[in-house]
Design a protein around this ligand. Structure first.
Ligand code: BEZ
Ligand code: MG
Length: 329
């Protein structure tokens, strides 16, 4: 809880340092494995942004959320649209209820709307769409039972898309199952779209040095997918951050910085690609995967710098000797 709260403040500080106003609503991608490995630090980030803590019963069992008073929090409650991987949904059912409870309590708390953006947005939704506060306060979204992923990665890999809004549509359809305090999913596409329109920042944690956001296609599938869905809902780009939890106290990087770092240390680093090529065709495949995943970030966020493609081209395609080696392998 303490680590999560510190990282949430680091995220807000970096976002402010980049010249952005205080976010009213943040999209946070939550994965299962990250939370198992860190005893729930990303879950605690969501709670900290909302201004809540886990509540335990007298036996020490997780029993729900409790709100911190605004005076103790020292800033407004930030609205958080939480999207869970299918793995999180399968592994952490109690924590789904915890997060849904925190969002509901925040929305129900009779506080000034400029100090409680969850309530502000929930009341605005109710005014526009009617219904009860329980529905307007749903902030935990995932796949339908038994389904995994947003499928944005498959669209990119197979080039079966023409317009970036198709990626947003695919993401929204797959991830629009809302989980309330009862822990049962109900498809709420309009609610998700409404909530995404309030989002001004999206982020996800990174908890392993073995795997980066360009190593596997799941990062752009989830964080890229939601960023594109927000863009469609707001008609404008939003800043995307990676909360790096791999060393020390943790760091917050922009997505552009993270992709640049991984490109320098992996894709364009001769120690990395020569090591890969020692493995023959599988090494070639890994290089290609890096390039496709980088493209996935461009397609979903548009935040990859042009020099990255220029140098990938000159290193692997325009260099005749290298191109020949890759083709032979
Ligand atoms: C997860 O732990 O939730 C996860 C791991 C790998 C890919 C996607 C999700
Ligand atoms: Mg491929």
């Amino acid at each position: 809880v303490a680590v999560g709260a510190r990282q949430a403040e680091r995220l807000l500080a970096r976002h402010a340092a980049d010249g952005h106003p205080m976010p009213e609503s943040i999209a946070l991608v939550l994965w299962g494995t990250d939370n198992l490995k860190t005893e729930g630090a990303p879950i605690a980030q969501a709670l900290a942004l909302l201004g809540a803590r886990p509540r335990f019963d007298t036996y020490g069992r997780l029993a729900g959320a409790t709100l911190l008073p605004l005076a103790e929090l020292g800033r407004p409650r930030v609205d958080v649209v939480m999207t869970l991987s299918g793995i999180f949904r399968d592994l952490l059912p109690l924590q789904i209820k915890l997060l849904a409870d925190a969002a509901f309590q925040a929305a129900s708390s009779d506080e000034p709307l400029d100090q409680n953006f969850v309530r502000k947005h929930a009341l605005a939704y109710q005014k526009q769409h009617g219904g009860d506060l329980e529905t307007a306060a749903l902030r935990v979204f995932s796949n339908a039972d038994g389904a995994y992923g947003a499928n944005v990665n498959h669209l990119i890999d197979s080039s079966r898309w023409d317009d970036e809004d198709e990626l947003a549509e695919c993401y929204t359809r797959r991830k629009s199952f809302a989980y309330g305090r009862a822990g049962r999913p109900l498809q709420q596409t309009a609610l998700l779209q409404h909530a995404l329109a309030d989002v001004t920042l999206a982020y996800q944690n990174l908890d392993s040095v073995e795997i980066g956001v360009t190593t596997v296609d799941h990062y752009f599938d989830t964080l890229g997918g939601i960023s594109r869905a927000v863009k469609r809902a707001r008609k404008q780009d939003i800043p995307v951050y990676i909360s790096d939890q791999t060393s020390g106290d943790g760091k917050v990087r922009t997505l552009a910085e993270q992709v640049a770092l991984e490109t320098r240390t992996r894709t364009l680093n001769p120690k990395w690609y020569e090591g890969m090529l020692e493995h023959g065709y599988e090494g070639v495949r890994q290089i290609e995967v890096q390039v496709t995943n980088t493209m996935g970030w461009s397609a979903t966020t548009g935040q990859v710098a042009p020099w990255i493609y220029q140098q990938i081209s000159s290193t692997f395609v325009l260099d005749a000797a290298m191109r020949d080696r890759l083709a032979r392998l």
